[in-house]
Design a protein around this ligand. Structure first.
Ligand SMILES: Cc1cc2nc3c(=O)[nH]c(=O)nc-3n(C[C@H](O)[C@H](O)[C@H](O)COP(=O)(O)OP(=O)(O)OC[C@H]3O[C@@H](n4cnc5c(N)ncnc54)[C@H](O)[C@@H]3O)c2cc1C
Length: 325
């Protein structure tokens, strides 16, 4: 049951974050009879709770994000996973090789292994209409939501690799894709720019910021743009608005040095173990090609099974006579 009143503070493994990766890791760990605790700061489900319809999770042709979140949570709990509501402030490996996981409610938990599944946060424009039409035209994921905009007009906002690559991807669905950037020069690689800018379905709009996302009962209908040089305002009709202005992996909780890429995404080995032994990572905060529910649960499956092996190795090492471990 989800609660925050557990008195027990020592576990085999602590899972930080209750999105698809965390819930899957908790389900595998509990079913594998590993003493596991999952700590989630909000309602379990992660980004599933910000997603309307999911059409690409095998076995479910179409399911609401919140319904899949409930199913994943009850599946983990059915096998006995403990879930508490609290925010993790710090994960630190101590001198004795165990981890301390410290929380906002003032708890300090201990475990031999930790699986970090805290996901990440897509950067927001912070403009009127963005929240209101999120999931009803506004999206932060082209692979997830592109198919909902077949034969519609799509606007993509951003100037980095993600925006340029995803604009190109979205031309398979939209009749027209506008790529809107606040500057003249794009940060995206020359190769990506070349491919995207030569796509006849793409129209590049430079030196314009989006001031507002407009819409109605059916969802987003268009954008209000402002020219950064002249200050002139204009309107652009679009029913799909894809925002790619950055994504921050929630890896800042880890105390101590760990390997990561330039964007802060965590680097793991094939067992999902990070450069800190005993600390595993799964899902959106890990360096990988794509970020989907299927990849998050795939990572989590590997991590949970790898933790089982790691715990067994630790036990064997502890039992080995001195000098043989
Ligand atoms: C709008 C949108 C639509 C999407 N649609 C689809 C789709 O249709 N199909 C698809 O396959 N994928 C989709 N995705 C991508 C998919 O949702 C993610 O890839 C997936 O949720 C990643 O799972 P995760 O568990 O790694 O991270 P998350 O889902 O982000 O979960 C991380 C969890 O960690 C918790 N957390 C973070 N920090 C702390 C802390 N300090 N203490 C405690 N808890 C913490 C968060 O509250 C959150 O619940 C979509 C994403 C978005 C944003």
């Amino acid at each position: 049951m989800t609660n925050n009143g557990t008195e027990k503070t020592s576990y085999d493994v602590i899972i930080v974050g209750g999105g698809p990766a965390g819930l899957c890791a908790a389900m595998y760990a509990a079913r594998g009879m590993i003493d596991a605790l999952l700590i989630e700061r909000g309602l379990p489900g992660g980004e599933l709770l910000n997603t309307e319809l999911i059409e690409d999770y095998p076995g479910f042709e179409s399911i609401l994000g919140r319904d899949l979140a409930k199913k994943m949570t009850s599946h983990a709990e059915k096998f006995g996973a403990s879930i508490v509501t609290d925010t993790v402030d710090a994960i630190e490996k101590m001198e004795d090789g165990e981890f301390e996981v410290r929380t906002q409610l003032g708890k300090t938990y201990r475990s031999a292994a930790v699986i970090l599944t805290a996901g990440g946060t897509p950067a927001k424009l912070g403009i009127p209409g963005e929240l209101e039409y999120a999931g009803r035209g506004v999206s932060y994921c082209a692979v997830c939501d592109g198919a909902f905009f077949k034969n519609e007009t799509i606007a993509v906002i951003g100037g980095g690799d993600a925006a340029v690559e995803e604009a190109n991807y979205l031309t398979r669905y939209g009749t027209k894709v506008y790529l809107i950037h606040r500057r003249e020069e794009f940060r995206a690689s020359a190769l990506l720019q070349d491919r995207t800018f030569n796509n006849p379905k793409i129209e590049v709009i430079r030196n314009k910021v989006v001031e507002e996302i407009e819409g109605g009962p059916t969802g987003a209908t268009g954008l209000v743009l402002k020219d950064t040089k002249t200050g002139e305002r204009s309107n652009l009709a679009a029913t799909g608005v894809f925002i790619f202005i950055g994504f921050s992996p929630n890896s800042g909780l880890i105390k101590g040095h760990f390997e990561h890429d330039a964007g802060g995404y965590v680097i793991t080995d094939r067992h999902m173990m990070m450069s800190i032994r005993g600390l595993f990572a799964a899902g959106d905060l890990r360096v990988q090609l794509t970020r989907q529910i299927t990849t998050a649960v795939g990572d989590a499956t590997t991590a949970a099974i790898a933790v089982e092996k790691y715990l067994a190795e630790r036990t064997a090492e502890a039992k080995a006579p001195v000098g043989t471990a």
